[in-house]
Write a new protein. Structure first.
Length: 567
């Protein structure tokens, strides 16, 4: 994926939010026809009924501070368009004939994008934008500073080639990013439009709550409590008895794939069948020591009471499709629960998350918090790009993957600078897996075997990757953290431990490289945090032969581009 640029071609402005941007090709050597003198532009949604005035006779190239004309009403366009240097579509431009983008932008916005590196860091990638400054010496934009309907509107940042004489075609402009205006514009002569991510904030709850009205909506005491949301495989969970008169336990708010086992104090209940709906489940006669299910609604009923109920199950299966992998769960969280449309959910982009079976209990969490927990539990990260499209990925050792971009000395404004203290390599990583919902000991268990008593008393199993050679070669090597995972299978947990050791079991350093402003155009359409990049600088021994690193962060204001590289 790119930094958020793609040729606009004949696409209308409404299509800026669904660009088709290809993934960069591994091994790409950046080449081009020459540097571009840029023009920067913004397009923002106009609130319905907003009236603006513009100076009579204003041309696109007029300096924004020099307005001294009578004011006239601006046509009621659905989008407000401004540039830093002025642009009018040529009469022959097939996409924007005579379309005016006045010179009111005072500077290009700053855009900072980062991803997490260490498993102890928050697992959401970040996109931060500054603000758009618009010239308003003539007062033509005063209504923007008083209209709160502007807050939350979408704003697109564009970059194109600036040419004197015959202007560049509209199709030559590329999309840098899509953002939302965070609050009402501020200022008088200079209006400030603070920007936030275009991505949905995903602060809505992942689960509903019980009404507390009885039956399947729980007792009065349960009113407002979150309903269970369980994805993937769960072992030894303790569901709530929601309908005491029926001994009915709620496993998941929706269809589930299977109930694998039901136990009371560790002793198994016998399975006595599945019922198609809750009415049939309520009418069933359930013998003591057995249980019945309604998989279509996510419930079970017991035939007799127990002081310590535990269940193994495979959870959410909307429309009969079991969601057991991290990518499938992410797509459901973003789309069905978060309301993110398919063009922005980018579910296919989660392809490089591990594919092993996992567990996620999203009960009581927001969608964003559930995504954080999911990404962390598979050693990955997630977040939105500069256009508000969600994606997820995992870090792989850059020297194994190989560079997708070559950053050569002639592209840099200054020598690379090492930033942050180098972190000592790890000699061991432990990854927990097959976590239990609850642990049991003592009176929680009946006459179970010693093996089962040990199993139910241990919160999780642990996979370990230990490398004595690292400990021997680097006396200052550290014992890495014990990382919880959502995996159920030992092989998946071991693979995660190996990957973490490949990443962190070797000395890594962080470098900052400033790209020459006249070379930044080479990177806009191909660069994305998380990519492997090869950095070469003959004057620094560590970089003399080219060092392949992970692009950890991108900081840009216009064509002033700074890259943080880790590896």
């Amino acid at each position: 994926m790119s930094l958020g640029l793609s040729p606009l071609a004949a696409a209308p402005l409404a299509a800026l939010w669904q660009p088709d941007i290809p993934d960069p090709v591994p091994g790409t050597v950046l080449v081009g026809t020459g540097a571009v003198d840029p023009i920067w532009a913004v397009a923002l949604e106009r609130p319905a009924g907003l009236a603006l005035v513009v100076p009579l006779g204003l041309t696109a190239g007029l300096p924004a501070a020099a307005f001294a004309f009578p004011a006239v009403a601006e046509p009621a366009l659905p989008v407000l368009r401004y540039t830093d240097r002025g642009w009018i579509g040529e009469p022959t431009d097939p996409n924007a004939p005579n379309e005016s983008w006045p010179a009111r932008m005072l500077d290009a916005p700053s855009i900072v994008r980062t991803i997490p590196i260490y498993p102890t860091e928050a697992r959401r990638s970040e996109v931060n934008a500054g603000e758009i400054l618009l010239a308003n010496a003539d007062g033509a934009l005063d209504s923007l500073a008083t209209d709160w309907r502007l807050a939350g509107r979408r704003l697109t940042v564009l970059r194109g080639p600036y040419r004197r004489g015959r202007r560049a075609a509209r199709s030559e402009f590329s999309t840098i990013g899509g953002f939302r205006i965070e609050r009402v514009a501020q200022g008088t002569d200079r209006l400030r439009l603070p920007l936030g991510s275009a991505a949905a904030d995903l602060t809505m709850p992942a689960s509903g709550t019980y009404a507390g009205t009885g039956s399947w909506e729980g007792t009065a005491e349960m009113a407002g409590q979150a309903k269970p949301i369980r994805y993937g495989i769960h072992r030894n969970v303790r569901p709530a008895i929601v309908v005491p008169g029926l001994l009915a336990a709620h496993l998941h708010d929706g269809p589930i794939s299977a109930v694998l086992a039901v136990r009371g104090r560790g002793d198994p209940f016998g399975y006595a069948g599945d019922y198609p709906n809750l009415a049939a489940l309520a009418a069933a006669t359930v013998a003591a020591g057995t249980y019945v299910t309604c998989l279509a609604a996510g419930w079970l009923r017991l035939g007799s009471t127990t002081s310590s109920l535990t269940v193994d199950l495979r959870g959410a299966a909307p429309a009969g499709a079991y969601l057991g992998t991290a990518a499938a769960i992410a797509a459901d969280l973003l789309g069905r629960r978060g309301g993110v449309t398919s063009d922005l959910a980018q579910a296919v982009s989660f392809y490089d998350w591990p594919v092993g079976e996992v567990r996620l209990d999203a009960s009581g969490l927001t969608v964003a918090a559930a995504m954080d927990a999911l990404a962390s539990s598979v050693g990955g990260w997630w977040g939105a790009d500069a256009l508000g499209r969600f994606r997820g990925s995992q870090l792989l050792p850059p020297e194994i993957v190989g560079p997708s971009i070559l950053l050569e000395p002639w592209m840099l404004a200054t020598p690379p600078e090492e930033v942050d203290a180098a972190q000592a390599p790890w000699w061991r990583v432990r990854v927990d897996y097959r976590a239990l919902g609850v642990t049991q000991s003592g009176e929680d268990l009946g006459a179970v075997s010693d093996a089962d008593r040990a199993l139910y008393g241990q919160a999780a199993q642990t996979a370990t990757e230990y490398r004595p050679a690292v400990q021997s070669a680097f006396p200052g090597a550290q014992d890495g953290p014990q990382v919880p995972s959502a995996f159920d299978d030992a092989a998946d947990a071991q693979a995660m431990a190996v990957r973490l050791m490949d990443l962190h079991g070797t000395p890594r350093r962080t470098w900052r490289a400033e790209v020459r402003p006249d070379q930044a155009w080479r990177f806009w359409s191909v660069m994305e945090p998380g990519q492997p990049v090869s950095l070469t600088w003959s004057g620094i021994a560590a970089l003399r032969g080219g060092r392949t690193m992970i692009l950890r962060g991108i900081s840009a204001r216009g064509d002033r581009l700074t890259l943080d590289l880790w590896g």
